[in-house]
Design a protein around this ligand. Sequence first.
Ligand code: ING
Length: 315
Amino acid sequence: MSRIITVGAAQMGPIQRADSRSSVVRRMIEHLRQAKAHGCDLVVFPELTLTTFFPRWFMDDQAEIDSFFEQSMPSGETAPLLEAARDLGLAISFGYAELVAAAGRVRRYNTQILIGKSGRIIGKYRKIHLPGHAEHEPWRAFQHLEKRYFEVGDLSWPVWRADDHLGGGLLGMMICNDRRWPESYRVMGLQGVEMILLGYNTPRHNPPAPDHDRLSEFHNQLVMQAGAYQNGSWVVGVAKCGVEEDCEMIGGSSIIAPTGEVIGQALTQDDELVVARCDLDLCRSYKASTFNFARHREPEQYRMIVERKGAVEPD
Ligand code: ING
């Protein structure tokens, strides 16, 4: 019996600073309604999908910074989203800025959660690869202060066996910049992952390397397709995109098969639902042959990958 999950990649267009969470939740619920009409089981939303991409600004007033964070999940503003998903019988995954008060300390993470059709939280992931910088760099057209506003995630990259509504599939999550690092996929690949859910907010312009700008969509596809193929896994990559506060972010939300092929892709830079039927059993032949890790990997030869942070050139 094939294990097919019908997935909706719910690309979000721009969210301006003045847009309320409630207005964003309304747009997300419209996605859920469309997804239900198309027979979806699971709907995936982008990174930090409740607000504008606030790391583009330098702020030093903590209360202002914290206005972009969720103090609880759900909250009064996000509860309607979780209720709508449960009422429609849809599993959902979405990203948000998570503020956690624990052991007398406040921690702030760039977080993505997965909620099952019953409304139960299946899993949570906190972004590990934080790009950008920690101090104000006024030379930039816009900032990218994720290293300032978030802590490095402390949950590694877990993989969960989703409930039977999702084919009992092995699902994992990563966030945005994580998708550029092969280690992110491989840690989940080594847990047998069959579908990786990820969201991204990717400015087209990268101030430290403007010559890369013209390749933004190519690099986006390259890393997700490679990650899918090299780990025999589905990858669902979902953008928040379009022009937010004068900063253009790329779209290109994609549903990618374990073959490495893109089987669905967004065409706009706005709210757009991409739907595809994803057969988890397509992973099997890759995990059993070309990427049979137990048979072919030589971890003894890979020690440098874990022991060395930066490149060290030979004399
Ligand atoms: N955004 C970008 C990303 O990794 C970036 C940062 C842009 C890195 C362009 C390199 C080049 O897609 C986030 N939020 O990580």
